[in-house]
Design a binder for this molecule. Structure first.
Ligand SMILES: [Zn+2]
Length: 258
């Protein structure tokens, strides 16, 4: 009898879980993406016409953050990103030949020119900005018209930039402010679709609030004890805001599974 594998089965960004939000165990297939060999963890896509197995449900992985610990969420995040990478690299980007999955590495290999395509992460900086001893800058995303949630300034690192350059540029572009004392805090893989969020804290150094309207609909310095609605627990933005306003640690120092 073959051993059943713990399975991350996705339909886009939704994952199949049971009523207790736990993963199912299934017979492994040759087409599965192997995540862990020791205790057999696999990932696969649920085909569009495939029915949802009885007792299971599709839940957006974003929602699983509240039921799962960091380790579970990070493995799901790895699974969804690797599946998406495999789906998007079926052909060689150099010569156009159909690629083959490498036997042991996460690489899609071209049998014609040998070009290898590896999974990539997009570095994205996110910054918590303080002014004086008790004020924090929070900004409302212009695309988020449904809620009153205020978050932090974030954006992708551009080619040729340092992380600190990206922090300074994004802040100047989005809210018109200059920064000082930029310091690294922590990072979080964020699979929407394949980002690595790199968290910094910085202090206000000068300038008047001037909003980039396509990105930011409002930004204000809030007193630490008068915060508006902020991003949900489990997101790095939440941890960063709690860190500067309440002194809680931003990174999970209890992490021991690597
Ligand atoms: Zn090729």
């Amino acid at each position: 009898m073959s051993k059943l594998s713990l399975a991350y089965i996705f339909q886009q960004q939704q994952l199949l879980v049971d009523q207790h939000f736990q993963l199912p165990r299934v017979e492994a297939l040759a087409s599965d993406l192997l995540l862990h060999t020791g205790d057999q963890v696999i990932a696969r896509d649920l085909l569009p016409d495939e029915p949802i197995p009885p007792g299971l449900q599709l839940v957006p992985i974003r929602q699983l953050l509240q039921f799962w610990n960091t380790q579970q969420f990070e493995q799901a995040s790895r699974a969804v990103q690797l599946l998406e990478w495999r789906r998007n690299h079926k052909f060689c980007s150099h010569c156009g030949t159909a690629t083959e999955a490498h036997a042991v590495e996460y690489a899609m290999v071209c049998p014609s020119c040998n070009y290898r395509q590896y999974p990539r992460v997009q570095p994205c900086v996110i910054t918590v900005i303080t002014k004086g001893k008790d004020e924090i800058l929070l900004a409302k995303n212009a695309r988020n018209t449904k809620s009153q949630m205020y978050g932090l300034i974030a954006g992708f690192v551009e080619v040729g930039e340092t992380l600190e350059d990206a922090v300074r540029r994004e802040t100047l572009e989005e809210v018109g402010l200059k920064l000082k004392n930029i310091q690294y805090l922590a990072s979080q893989p964020w699979p929407f679709p394949s980002n690595l969020m790199i968290a910094f804290k910085a202090e206000y150094a000068g300038g008047e609030l001037q909003l980039q309207e396509e990105e930011i609909s409002d930004a204000q310095f809030f007193k630490f004890d008068q915060l508006p609605e902020i991003p949900f627990k489990g997101s790095i933005a939440h941890a960063m805001i709690m860190h500067v306003t309440q002194g809680t640690p931003v990174a999970d120092d209890t992490k021991t599974w690597l």
